[in-house]
Ligand binder design. Structure first.
Ligand code: ADP
Ligand code: ZN
Length: 761
């Protein structure tokens, strides 16, 4: 009998009055796709206690009442008549997928990043967990105790008696196949016993893949430098106080930040809590793994090559509190640690922490939110902090720790600019490598050192143009010039991967002397092989590093000394710690300097500083040569001096003058569709809505655009964009939300809102 029915019988009030008093449970459910909800449902009595925040439920939707999955995000006990509230049909998950605090975090994300909660939930819970990858339903057999008690008195055929005896004696339940194997019989006697009720079956979901993590040799403790000691004490102070604090650890390359992280984590574990370490995907090298594995017993490494089953397996271990330290890229910020004690975000300036598909979250900001909710310290580490974080530290919102020295007081390498304008004038150098860089390489290699060359553009030639008619070979779907990849013999679009055989003559006018120009890593490699035939060289870029494991294999070859020259894109600029690298050459520091992006200078400074930090890590010291056409540019000048402070103090006033972040919040709206005029028309409509609201409110928002985006066509879609800037982030987001409410774009036109965008093209 349901509670409601009971109350009808025991109450002496009239039934309609009792109904008014009756309580029912409403479950607030959001759907993982449109229409997103939230919708209220009634928890039927039979599911009371099973419907829980963080579990998925199956609910009827729409007029046809088709059944869909949704997430229960809240429960409310309400008084009165549930009216026409539809009932939940069943519960999907045996355990909540998300703790209440993680549900709160997803609500914050949905609100902050202006996207549906269901979409956030789908991003937070990995697909492998939702689909219970690597698990299956198993039937487990046992003998009920009342049967076991009178086992000797039962009259059974011989086979059945043997089976029953065996199962009753077993310490744990067995599957039918296990039991048949143990009893050396077919399934027939087992089924016979089940029919008689002598054997009971239970269906359970079990994980079948256990992943063996290879243990590594443990690494001894290093004795800490003074700077490390100081930094650690700040973190420990916050931890002991049991409160949230964000600590920006500005430590030059090679200052030993990782050792500080490790010590802080050790302390976290002493409190019985867990730690999350976030690193850029590219830094999840064997070296990083080794470092954490050797210092902690139970580490979960979450990288992009995990199968759904492996992801699920880690997730379950993390939920059960069996993992001490989670190390992973961006999405590891959602690791369901039951008692989170510390979050560390290394290389906090790295753009890979921002997701470029909805929900367009930044792991740093999500980590901050989570750390605040769970009262845990957050450590942001970098040699080149983002100006956003730097400004917050200046304002006192973050605690700043400086680690200005390398361990063992090793000097930072000498960084020298090579002015390509004069090199070019002398007409001595026709390739990528200037005379001076060539000499420095010869010297370093002769002394037994290793060389790193950075060129942040892949392919062979970056430009294919007809000198007769001027035609530039472009992607058919994007407004992008194709890059020639010589090994593949193809011209490739770096945005959509459109490919065509490399043309021998102009596709426009048929002229035979079509010209390939512009420098990519493939051409650089060819040049290095010709100039240094005696020294093995290896190229690392996304073309050569496609297979899982190739990154590790390449770094292992470089570490072993087999490879003497490592060249590649920004992939090689980060985190690598090879003591034998005595020379770094930046082949062209200007590749990002002139992009239409207000962060162009910041990106350039970060890239040059980071790659320069790859040398001088051993006793032999190191040098850096930076080839550039703009040696006087402030970003390059600051990088030559390893002077972050100088860079920040030059760049921040620029940002302030133009009202760019960190002096404002930004939302970027992008509209795309197949017909240019329609896209433009719709972006005008959107802009008008924004402007109207803006006027009503006294123009707190600066509106730039709409205009065609720098990449005006991508994958066959025309693109327009608009930048909105405002000192008050909440106000800005509220306005975008209001302006886009019930906004119906024409067919085939889509729009997105990117909050705190990093991508401007
Ligand atoms: P960062 O991350 O700040 O660039 P790392 O943490 O990679 O620096 O440290 C640079 C190198 O110095 C590593 O090889 C590390 O093992 C070593 N190292 C760090 N701390 C110490 C220490 N206290 N004593 C000796 N070597 C150290
Ligand atoms: Zn393309």
């Amino acid at each position: 009998m349901s509670k409601q029915q009971q109350s009808l019988f025991i109450s002496d009030e009239a039934p309609w009055e009792a109904d008014d008093q009756a309580q029912y449970q409403a479950a607030i459910v959001v759907l993982p796709e449109a229409p997103w909800g939230p919708y209220d449902y009634l928890t039927p009595d039979r599911l009371r206690g099973h419907v829980e925040v963080g579990r998925r439920v199956r609910v009827p939707l729409g007029r046809g009442n088709r059944t869909v999955n949704g997430y229960c995000v809240a429960l409310e006990n309400r008084v009165g008549d549930p009216g026409r509230l539809k009932e939940i049909r069943s519960v999907v998950d045996g355990e909540p997928l998300l703790s209440p605090s993680m549900v709160a975090l997803t609500r914050w994300m949905a609100d902050y990043y202006l996207c549906p909660l269901g979409q956030v939930l789908e991003a937070v819970v990995p697909a492998g967990v939702r689909g219970r990858a690597g698990t299956r339903e198993v039937t487990l057999l046992h003998v009920p105790s009342e049967i076991a008690a009178r086992l000797a008195t039962l009259q059974l055929p011989e086979k059945q008696a043997a089976v029953l005896k065996l199962l009753a004696a077993s310490e744990r339940p067995l599957t039918p196949l296990q039991l048949a194997a143990a009893a050396e019989c077919t399934l027939a006697p087992i089924n016979g016993l089940r029919k008689k009720g002598y054997i009971k079956a239970q269906v359970r979901r079990m994980q079948h893949a256990e992943i063996s993590e290879t243990p590594t040799e443990s690494e001894g403790h290093l004795s800490m430098t003074e700077d490390q000691e100081r930094a650690l004490n700040v973190v420990l102070g916050a931890m002991r106080a049991g409160r949230h604090e964000t600590i920006l650890m500005h430590g030059v390359t090679g200052s030993g930040k990782t050792e500080v992280y490790i010590r802080a984590i050790e302390e976290t574990l002493r409190y019985g809590k867990q730690a999350i370490v976030l690193v850029p995907e590219i830094s999840l090298t064997p070296q990083t793994r080794q470092r954490f594995r050797s210092r902690f017993e139970n580490v979960a490494l979450l990288h992009s090559h995990l199968s759904p089953a492996e992801r699920h397996w880690h997730w379950q271990r993390i939920v059960r509190g069996e993992v001490q330290v989670v190390v992973g890229a961006r999405s590891a910020v959602f690791a369901p640690t039951p008692r989170l004690g510390l979050i560390i975000l290394d290389e906090e300036h790295d753009a890979s922490f921002k997701q470029d598909a909805a929900p367009r979250y930044h792991a740093r900001d999500v980590a901050l939110q989570r750390a605040q909710m769970e009262k845990a310290p957050l450590v942001l580490g970098s040699a080149t902090p983002s100006l956003e974080s730097w400004r917050r530290a200046q304002e006192g919102a973050y605690r700043l720790i400086d680690m200005p020295r390398r361990v063992f007081d090793r000097p930072l390498p000498d960084v020298v600019a090579l002015d390509l304008r004069t090199e070019w004038d002398s007409r001595r150098a026709r390739g990528a490598i200037s005379r001076q860089l060539q000499h420095a390489m010869e010297h370093a290699l002769k002394e037994g050192g290793q060389v790193i060359l950075l060129l942040n553009r892949r392919g062979f030639s970056t430009h294919i143009q007809c000198p007769s008619c001027g035609h530039v070979v472009r992607c058919q779907d994007c407004d992008i010039a194709l890059t020639h990849h010589r090994e593949a013999g193809r011209a490739i679009c770096h945005y959509c991967d459109y490919q065509t055989p490399a043309p021998q003559r102009c596709p426009e006018c048929g002229f035979e002397g079509i010209r390939y120009s512009g420098l990519g890593t493939e051409r650089l490699e060819a040049e290095v092989r010709i100039r240094f035939p005696d020294f093995p060289c290896l190229r690392m870029d996304s073309d050569t590093m496609q297979k899982p494991g190739s990154h590790e294999a390449a770094l292992a070859r470089f570490r072993s000394g087999d490879v003497r020259i490592l060249l590649g894109t920004q992939m090689i600029a980060k985190g690598l710690d090879f003591p034998n690298v005595t020379l770094v050459g930046v082949v062209n520091a200007d590749t990002a300097l002139h992009l239409p992006d207000f962060r162009a200078a910041e990106r350039t400074f970060q890239l040059v500083t980071q790659v320069a930090g790859r040398t001088g890590r051993g006793d032999k010291g190191g040098r850096v040569l930076v080839q550039t056409f703009s040696p006087e540019h402030p970003a390059i000048q600051a990088a030559l001096q390893h002077d972050y402070h100088r860079f920040a103090s030059r760049e921040l006033p620029n940002r302030e003058e133009y009202g760019y972040p960190p002096y404002s919040s930004m939302v970027r709206l992008v509209v795309r569709g197949p017909v240019e005029a329609v896209v433009e028309g719709f972006s005008d409509t959107l802009a008008e809505r924004i402007s109207r609201l803006n006027e009503e409110r006294g123009e707190p928002v600066r509106v730039l655009g709409p205009t065609a985006a720098p990449i005006s066509k991508l994958r066959g879609k025309h693109r327009f964009h608009m930048l909105l800037l405002c000192a008050d982030s909440a106000l800005l987001r509220a306005m975008v939300q209001e302006a886009t409410r019930e906004l119906n774009p024409p067919d085939d036109v889509q729009w997105i809102a990117d909050v705190d965008p990093l991508e401007m093209l």
